[in-house]
Design a binder for this molecule. Sequence first.
Ligand code: GSH
Length: 212
Amino acid sequence: MTLYNYYRSSASYRVRIILNYKNITYKYVPIHLLDSGGEHRSDEYKKINNFQQVPSLLHDKNIITQSMAIAQYLEDVQPEPGLIPHCHLDKSYVLQICEIINSGIQPLQNLSLLQKIKKDFNAEKEITKWCQFWIKKGLTSLEGQLKTKSGKFALGDTVSLADTFIVPQIYASLRYSVNIDDFPCIKKIEDNTKNIKAFADAHPDKQIDCPK
Ligand SMILES: N[C@@H](CCC(=O)N[C@@H](CS)C(=O)NCC(=O)O)C(=O)O
């Protein structure tokens, strides 16, 4: 498998954790989101992902984009160790957490969105406040949900897809100085995943495109 990704992209970070957790070896192809006006906007990369985002996964000449779709694909082709529960209620809880992050938090800090509001709406000075507002709103909702079912991880004491989405969102939140200590269940997940090799190896600082 080949993963087109960027070290600091939280959606890429999710997929790296999933690949590592499932012991899938992959080729890492860095796509720099800032260099040359963004390599994801190049004609060459548009052939891989016409939505011009990372991550994109190439497997057997098939390209899969969108981390949720990639996660589901990887669960299908490599079911063990599983990240999506079989119990329908646990599964909906896990996917609900992923979707709050995937649709409700991360898109509001996405590079192209921030570039657009800075440039066209003169909002340069308001960007940090904007990001902090949406992140805190999202994390508050997540914290409420986690209180119902979390243990060491988002779903009891078993690692699930929810943790692979929460950990990259924590990293992204810290970039905007949101204090994770205000969210004890989320903080606990950060503490309990940081020594799991699949999570540690996927950290942005450990990637080949991370500046020294
Ligand atoms: N829902 C998508 C989100 C992908 C996404 O937003 N990727 C960001 C990096 S985290 C990106 O490529 N941004 C480029 C841009 O906004 O121009 C997924 O889960 O894969």
